[in-house]
Design a protein around this ligand. Structure first.
Ligand code: GGG
Length: 334
């Protein structure tokens, strides 16, 4: 198996270093190749996603991506490398599972986010001598239909595995964005008719945000557009112990990139205190996607979550290396 690792900026190298150690321990024969992307790469090479990185990502069986820190102001020549990777590799489905870290709640949901279009196509411009900024929101029937199939297929598989009916919540704002979200809504509801055994409901994005905070147990699979999914998945991951534990998969047909949901966290970068468990959980998702066993790794992560050591985001004082070593130690003895 060829795995391309792209550590990126900030805490990306720290957590991807941990994930690579775990991957090497479980799959010693994996060929791991490192490639650059992000703000650091832009400063070194004048491009945030060098051609060599894109080529390495294309050639790999799977990609492990850390985090990038794109500036919030326009920088000539700079494009977000993760948004570009998702689009160039056609990784159209962003899968963000959340399950409750504490045994008192029974949250077990997955946000399925369309990953290639919406406001993230970068079609923005200034008009009126710079007095007006315009961003084009692109929603297509094709992308909406394929993300809908991803969500309903997932709900069907989860229902079979968990022995209970499946449900998909279609999240949109079609009461205001009548044309763009109107097309998304209509397309997803048409696909729903192919899955009569899966229940379907609609929810406005603002209501979904409130319910994800208030009653997350009620959700199974949510499907939504790119930006709503980006925001809602950060809200949802509060129920799974916070951003330090949230892992995600970006899936295309036969391709996959796995990344922690968290960003580059410049405030703690270089301190050795970043929580590596989201990145390590990405390794579990990668193995499962390849059809390889990941139960030992999942159990090791659960043990460390229960017994510690914990990094500061979980109330502990452990370092990234302590948590990584604890996971590796459990893998040795399991
Ligand atoms: N690992 C996810 C990640 O890097 N999140 C931050 C993010 O998506 N940033 C977009 C960017 O900086 O271009």
């Amino acid at each position: 198996m060829r795995v391309c690792i792209i550590p990126g900026d900030g805490i990306g190298p720290e957590v991807i270093g941990a994930a690579a150690q775990v991957l090497r321990a479980l799959v010693p024969e994996a060929a791991i190749e490192e490639a650059e992307a992000g703000w650091g790469a832009f400063e070194r090479h004048g491009v945030a996603l060098p051609a060599a990185t894109l080529a390495a990502a294309r050639a790999a069986d799977a990609i492990l991506f850390g985090a990038v820190a794109s500036p919030s102001h326009a920088v000539p020549g700079y494009r977000s490398p993760i948004v570009q990777l998702r689009r160039d590799l056609d990784l159209y489905a962003n899968i963000r599972p959340v399950s409750s870290a504490d045994a008192q709640r029974s949250v077990d949901l997955v946000i399925v986010r369309e990953n290639t279009e919406d406001l993230y196509t970068g079609r923005e411009r200034l008009e009126d001598d710079g007095a007006m900024a315009i961003a084009e929101r692109v929603i297509t029937r094709r992308a909406s239909a394929r993300i809908a199939h991803t969500a309903f297929d997932l709900a069907r598989r989860r229902a079979a595995a968990l022995g209970r009916p499946g449900r998909v919540t279609v999240v949109h704002k079609a009461n205001v964005l009548r044309v763009s979200d109107g097309l998304f809504r209509e397309t997803v509801l048409a696909v729903a008719r192919d899955y009569p055994e899966v229940a379907v409901e609609e929810m406005l994005v603002d209501v979904a945000a409130m319910r994800l905070a208030q009653t997350p147990e009620r959700f199974d699979v949510l499907v939504t557009t790119n930006m709503f999914g980006d925001i809602l998945s950060d809200v949802a991951c509060i129920n799974g112990g916070g951003l330090g534990l949230a892992a995600s998969a970006n899936l295309g047909d036969g391709r996959a990139l796995f990344e922690p949901v968290h960003g580059a966290a410049p405030d703690i970068a270089g301190q050795g205190t970043a929580n590596p468990l989201a990145a390590i959980t990405c390794v579990a998702m990668l193995l499962e996607w390849r059809g390889l066993p990941a139960a030992r790794l999942r159990a090791a992560i659960a043990d460390v979550l229960r017994d510690g050591p914990h990094t500061p985001d979980l109330g502990g004082a452990a370092r990234t290396t302590d948590v990584t070593e604890a996971v590796l130690a459990r893998l040795r003895y399991r």
